[in-house]
Design a binder for this molecule. Structure first.
Ligand SMILES: [Mn+2]
Length: 320
């Protein structure tokens, strides 16, 4: 990784301003890696901004709570980013490599200098014409890469930022259980050494009783197919991708379940599936059949102009 870090530092130094952007419906891996990267840029005295709509009511509770803990970063969104960009602005994309998954895809019309750092399996429609494009799909979270870069540069991360980053790794590895590697623990150890606090982490991950019971209701309505696949359809008018992911995570903990699939209506005409696996079932290739992607153990898709029932039927055909 050292040659990557050398290259990154040289590139960063060429630019006057830097914008960090994660994916849409951000999670703590996306947001935590932006915070970590911003801390690195601050230590280099580089003017930098995190592109995220912090006032968006639809952000999940954990993220909203995290944002309140780190008010001292420069946040920008689509309403004001145009004021700061120039020809000498660099966009660093974290935790995705696809334009349509960006927090704000249209930004690519305005900024031509781009670095992509991701850990998802590379898809053909990746963002092209970049200054640097780096994917390591052996990493369970992109926060790990940012942690190693920070360690390499000997940056002092604040305990709060370290905690949010550690929570990002925890979420992306389903509690340090799935797709876990030595590197994930190494990054976690580094973040703890920078002051990451496990009690605060637990508090960030807490949910309200209402949320807990709501999830329990969905899990109650799930069923097991072919003795090894848990399938759950969310009986809601609209739900969030993160909700689907949380339910699939929980279903994976049930006895006998090797892979879990949660299907829900994301928008009026868009249905999503979030899939999880313990490792014997390649959920990435199943989600690719639906135009999605991800990892062997953690993948998702979004399909337009379909219904939940139709997707459920199609899913079962693939599982057969
Ligand atoms: Mn991630």
């Amino acid at each position: 990784m050292e040659s990557l870090f050398e290259k990154l530092t040289i590139l960063i130094k060429k630019y006057e301003k830097i914008i960090l952007m994660g994916h849409t419906q951000p999670d703590l891996d996306s947001f935590g890696s932006c915070l970590g990267f911003s801390s690195i840029l601050n230590s280099m005295h580089k003017e930098n901004y995190i592109f995220i709509d912090i006032k968006n009511e639809e952000l999940d509770t954990t993220l909203k709570q995290s944002i309140t803990l780190v008010p001292n970063f420069n946040y920008i969104d689509k309403s004001n980013y145009k004021n700061i960009i120039s020809d000498n602005t660099l966009l660093i994309i974290l935790d995705t490599h696809l334009q349509e998954r960006l927090e704000y895809p249209e930004i690519l019309n305005d900024i031509k200098n781009i670095i992509v750092l991701d850990h998802h399996i590379k898809r053909p429609n990746y963002i092209k014409n970049t200054e640097l494009f780096y994917i390591d799909s052996s990493l369970s979270s992109i926060t790990e890469l940012v942690s190693f870069y920070s360690k390499y540069l000997k940056v002092d991360l604040s305990p709060i930022v370290s905690t949010i980053m550690l929570t990002g790794i925890e979420i992306d590895t389903n509690g340090f259980n799935i797709k876990i590697t030595e590197k994930a623990f190494e990054a976690a150890a580094y973040l703890v050494s920078e002051g990451a606090d496990s009690i605060l982490k637990l508090n960030l991950l807490k949910e309200t009783k209402r949320e807990f019971l709501r999830k329990a209701d969905f899990i109650k309505s799930s069923y097991v197919y072919k003795k090894r696949y848990a399938i759950c359809l969310l009986p809601l008018s609209v739900c969030m991708q993160s909700e689907l992911a949380e339910i699939s995570d929980s279903l994976l903990g049930l006895e006998g379940v090797e892979a879990s699939f949660t299907i829900g209506q994301l928008e009026k005409k868009t249905v999503g599936i979030s899939a999880r696996s313990l490792g014997n079932v390649d959920v990435c290739s199943i989600m690719e059949e639906f135009g999605g992607g991800g990892h062997l153990t953690n993948a998702a898709c979004q399909v337009d102009n379909t219904t939940m029932k139709a997707l459920e039927k199609k899913l079962k055909i693939y599982l057969d």
